[in-house]
Design a protein around this ligand. Sequence first.
Ligand SMILES: NC(=O)c1ccc[n+]([C@@H]2O[C@H](COP(=O)([O-])OP(=O)(O)OC[C@H]3O[C@@H](n4cnc5c(N)ncnc54)[C@H](OP(=O)(O)O)[C@@H]3O)[C@@H](O)[C@H]2O)c1
Length: 487
Amino acid sequence: MANNWELGRFLDTLRFFQTLPFVGTLEPLRPVLAPLLPDLFKPPAYRGSGLVVVMGATGRTGQAVVKTLLAQGYAVRAGVRDRAKAESVLPKAPFLDIVVADVTQPLPADLLQGSRAVINCVGAKVQPNPNAPPPGLEIVGASPEAVEFEGMRHLLACAQPYFQNQPNTYPLFDYRYPTPPLKEVWGALDDVVMGGVSASQFYLKDHSALFTGLVSTENSGGFVSIRTRNLTPPLNLQGYTGIQLRVRGDGQRYKFFLRSDPAWDGVGYAISFDTVADQWITVELPFSHFIPVFRARTATNAPPLNVGQIYSLQLMLSKFEYDGALNPHFRPGTLSLEIESIQAYGGLPLPRVIQVSSAGVTRPQQADLDLKGQPLAVQYNDQLGGILTWKLAAENMLRQSGLPYTIVRPCGLTDQPGGKELRLDQGDRLTGSLSREDLAAFLASLLNLPVACYRTVEVVATDQAAEAYPNWAARLAQLPSDCLDRP
Ligand SMILES: NC(=O)c1ccc[n+]([C@@H]2O[C@H](COP(=O)([O-])OP(=O)(O)OC[C@H]3O[C@@H](n4cnc5c(N)ncnc54)[C@H](OP(=O)(O)O)[C@@H]3O)[C@@H](O)[C@H]2O)c1
């Protein structure tokens, strides 16, 4: 049977995980290989999952947010006023659906159904008019009161039933929305790496993913698995209790691994769980029950799992439990583990309503403010229908809603390409600008940051180039929360 072993699959596995036998990682060869095979070192696009509703999706910021979210693995529901405009300006993507909703009117009750969060990019329309009194700008369409303030009231009425008092879970892989980046990050890692002949596959279905294949004990083999490439940046699951899986299996016992070390062949932290044939079950795997394992042996001297830095996840079906004991619920042959979701559970809330407000919202109230050098919206707030005053009123309504929120106050927005380091601040003093592309990337990052909750943050671009993976969590933690009784 040894001749069933497939060199091709062995090499595919090494390439996918960017690893070499004995050496461990291809990293030392990056200078030589990267120019020849640039895709080899491209980090996975995956940054998150689940359905996010974007309001004002046809606006300039809204479009940038939709594009960013889709590229990172999220499914998007676009809330728009004009379907024809949405169809012409938004990308054609299978995980983008469009809902027509004018925020000046009560919103469709199911607008947020199934979503994990809403990013609100709606704003009253301001446009140049040379015939208008200085500064030659006018509000077109509904007033700022109707768009900003009544719009927030309607959005919150819609959000309360879905987002109030929900369990605090962090959707790591939500396969109810099986977008391509959620598959591409996972690869098969079977006993072929040790000479075995088992073979697994990982498929996306309509509303789930399927780990399937054939496990064989020939050639001293007996395991199949799927593992993520190293996540960039690693996941921070601090504050959560464990991992919750929603799965439909085949009655066998599987293992779930986490790794807090980027090394290919380092210690993994494992836990076993039983499935019930053909039944959907929810399995909770507390971090405190994971055991350190190195090549199926318990690693008694290993440090504890660092949940603040999770580099990879793995699901495995193996003939063995740990230290040579046999898996009591293992049978060679076909396997089937359907996955609806992998989440962290029992933690702090994540933002549910992310509001794009504006720098300057408190300035019209400042009697002693020198208007010179202030943005036009501050100088001409009254002529522009009190646009900043109504934005501030909308912020206050959101703060009082009891929902987990983040309020972002950008400085002047441009359509320049992104890539600039952002400065975060509070106190409403910032002036300057930032690109909508950078704002969109920042807004998307907030979705997975519990520390972003109950915070108001002002943003402006600096002239420095952005870091590849800014540590927003650490930077947000330095800014006080809006509510003294919240973390
Ligand atoms: N522009 C700046 O320099 C600046 C600076 C700081 C903060 N902001 C704020 O940042 C946000 C995004 O700005 P932006 O410049 O990207 O705005 P934008 O291009 O003007 O987009 C505004 C969006 O709001 C939508 N909208 C307006 N009234 C609506 C209604 N009644 N119902 C539903 N949707 C409605 C528009 O729909 P349509 O696409 O159908 O028109 C559009 O999609 C706004 O809140 C803005 O006030 C902007």
